[in-house]
Design a binder for this molecule. Structure first.
Ligand code: KG4
Ligand code: ZN
Length: 333
């Protein structure tokens, strides 16, 4: 059987990443060059700096991934790239690189949606089984989807305001923690107790989410304590916030599992790296006898391996893009 190798490129935010993925499941090589330290100095991603750094690093990342996999360009069957959503200037560096490689190597080009990438991270070294419930928890999205098959899905719930990762990042700022907020909140929370009472929002749709109210409660608490010249216990507040944020996820997922009689479930996106979320969702899946997949940590946050995995069903269908492909900062799934 022929082994199909896809070279995948991901530059939607602040990671310059390339991977070579075989048959949608096996990662032959992965390089992730993170710009985190640079952006941390500014408290968040600076789009202009991100795209400039992608431009500087992309050829180095290409050379590295080819060397790691010990393969020549002729052995690659297709070039896949994240074309939406993300920071426009960042996406463009990946898209233009992919188009150039596709043209000079004469290989088909595949446009991949970043969120689909997060979902298909669950196909790396393991196999998604349809139909399934997909929980997406990232910096830009919080969604519940029912997937009937590859690329066939229905969104049953989503955030009405902030995404969960965005809330982690904003609360981190309020607590003076460095960027990226999520992992730093998690670390601080591990040393605290859930001593602050934070309310969980009621949403309109049965499977929807809302995080801006939770964030405002943290802002108000910090503000009020400051006015009274009291000191906030930051570890306790981080712990209370993390619990409340994850409690809403578990509540909505539990409803969806029951209502849709779910047997298979996957979790996707950067917040899937959170240990409390992983533990709580695993416990829920065990209780409800649901087969659960969560990607290993290295495939949870942005990386090109997941883009190669998401490109494979499109490759099999010959769903190729042409050289007019453009980046789309908004593009939802
Ligand atoms: O999926 P991702 O890498 O980028 C997007 O596509 O948005 O997710 C990044 C988000 C950030 O908001 C980051 O703070 C959050 O995921 N995150 C975490 C953790 N690791 C990353 N949030 C909570 N706990 C973590 N361990
Ligand atoms: Zn992402």
């Amino acid at each position: 059987m022929k082994q199909h190798k896809i070279l995948a490129i991901e530059t939607s935010c602040d990671e310059t990443s390339m991977a070579i993925i075989e048959n949608g499941h096996t990662c032959l090589a992965l390089t992730v060059l993170t710009q985190m330290a640079t952006h941390a100095q500014f408290g968040g991603v600076v789009p202009e700096i991100a795209s400039r750094m992608h431009t500087e690093n992309i050829t180095l990342v290409l050379a590295d991934v080819l060397a790691q996999a010990k393969i020549k360009p002729q052995e690659i069957d297709a070039i896949a790239v994240t074309s939406s959503p993300g920071l426009l200037g960042s996406l463009l560096v990946g898209v233009e690189t992919a188009k150039t490689l596709s043209y000079i190597w004469q290989k088909p080009l595949i446009a991949v949606n970043h969120l689909m990438g997060h979902i298909y991270a669950n196909n790396l070294d393991q196999q998604m089984v349809f139909p399934l419930l997909a929980l997406i928890v990232s910096g830009g999205h919080t969604q519940l989807m029912i997937m009937q098959d590859d690329y066939q899905y229905e969104i049953i719930g989503q955030t009405q305001d902030d995404a969960i990762g965005e809330a982690f990042d904003k609360v981190a700022r309020i607590l003076d923690l460095p960027y990226p907020g999520g992992p730093n909140i998690e670390q601080l929370a591990s040393t605290g107790q859930p001593s602050y009472k934070l309310a969980i929002a009621n949403c309109t749709g049965p499977y929807d989410f809302s995080y801006s109210g939770l964030k405002s409660q943290v802002v108000n608490l910090v503000h009020n304590e400051k006015q009274k010249s009291l000191t906030i216990n930051k570890a306790d507040l981080a712990c209370s916030f993390q619990r409340a944020a994850i409690e809403q996820v578990i509540k909505q997922v539990k409803k969806a599992i029951i209502d849709y009689q779910i047997q298979n479930m996957i979790v996707a996106g950067g917040v899937a790296a959170n240990k409390l979320l992983r533990a709580e969702i695993t416990a829920l899946a065990t209780e409800k006898q649901v087969n659960l997949l969560i990607p290993p940590l290295k495939y949870c946050t942005d990386n090109a391996a997941m883009i190669g995995a998401a490109a494979y069903p499109l490759y099999l269908k010959k769903d190729f893009a042409d050289l007019s492909l453009n980046a789309d900062s908004q593009g939802n799934i």
